[in-house]
Write a protein that binds this ligand. Structure first.
Ligand code: SAH
Length: 219
């Protein structure tokens, strides 16, 4: 594990405060989401060489052609899931990557199941999350396009990679009144919210986004 400078904690807190101020300027209003983003040290999830850029509002490379999502998009997706004062409850994250969003989710959801299809990344996520001791986060190696049947149904599902169309398994694994948010589209992508009510599913569209693709199978 990398050794950090003695003042890294303090300067990172300052940088995190800046990040949260910027999220507010960008229109994020949900106090719970802002508090969770303030609490999680994003620099601990990126490579040492990129740590100084951890609080910029940008996606950063994780290797294997994957990226840690832009802070604004992480905040925005969680804010949409919580709209109307809703609690996240038992939550599935598809595309755990380095584990950053799972750490943010751990502060907002009762239970977090985070699935990742690249073994090297799930190992990295485990290493990143271990020192934070988040007892309600479980990491799973697997293909999240099929959801996580053994832990379903979920009150909330958040997908961190763009799907060509909404995977049926994810809709099926939503609890009644559950919500799924995901980027949809091949070239142009849009955030789509799916809300389940009994056997009915209502879709709403939000802003345009840019995510890495949701892929099938494992590596
Ligand atoms: N939430 C992450 C962002 C990771 S980027 C973070 O906070 O950093 C998206 C991730 O989705 C990549 O790691 C990619 O490997 C993963 N992914 C893509 N398709 C997937 C699938 N079918 N199942 C699980 N993970 C998938």
């Amino acid at each position: 594990m990398a050794v950090r400078q003695p003042d890294a904690g303090l300067s990172s807190m300052r940088a995190r405060n800046h990040m949260v101020e910027r999220l507010k300027e960008q229109g994020v209003r949900d106090q719970g989401v802002l508090a969770a983003m303030l609490a999680v040290p994003r620099h601990a999830f990126v490579e040492e060489a990129l740590a100084s850029r951890a609080y910029e509002d940008t996606a950063l490379p994780l290797g294997r052609q994957q990226t840690i999502s832009q802070p604004f998009i992480v905040a925005r997706m969680l804010e949409i899931l919580r709209m109307g004062g809703r609690e996240l409850g038992k939550t599935l994250e598809v595309g755990a990557g380095c584990g950053y969003q799972a750490a943010v989710l751990s502060r907002l959801a009762s239970d977090v199941y985070a699935v990742e299809r690249i073994r090297q990344l799930i190992e990295r996520a485990k290493d990143n999350l271990r020192p934070l001791r988040l007892p309600n986060v479980r990491l799973k190696y697997g293909d999240g396009t099929v959801g996580l049947p053994e832990a379903a149904p979920f009150d909330s599902i958040v997908v961190a990679a763009a799907a060509g169309s909404i995977p049926q398994a994810l809709k099926d694994q939503l609890a009644d009144r559950g919500r799924l948010i995901l980027p949809v589209g091949a070239g142009e992508q849009q955030l789509v919210l799916v809300e389940r009510q009994g056997s009915a599913f209502r879709e709403s569209r939000f802003e345009s986004v840019r995510f890495v693709p949701l892929l099938m199978g494992i590596e």
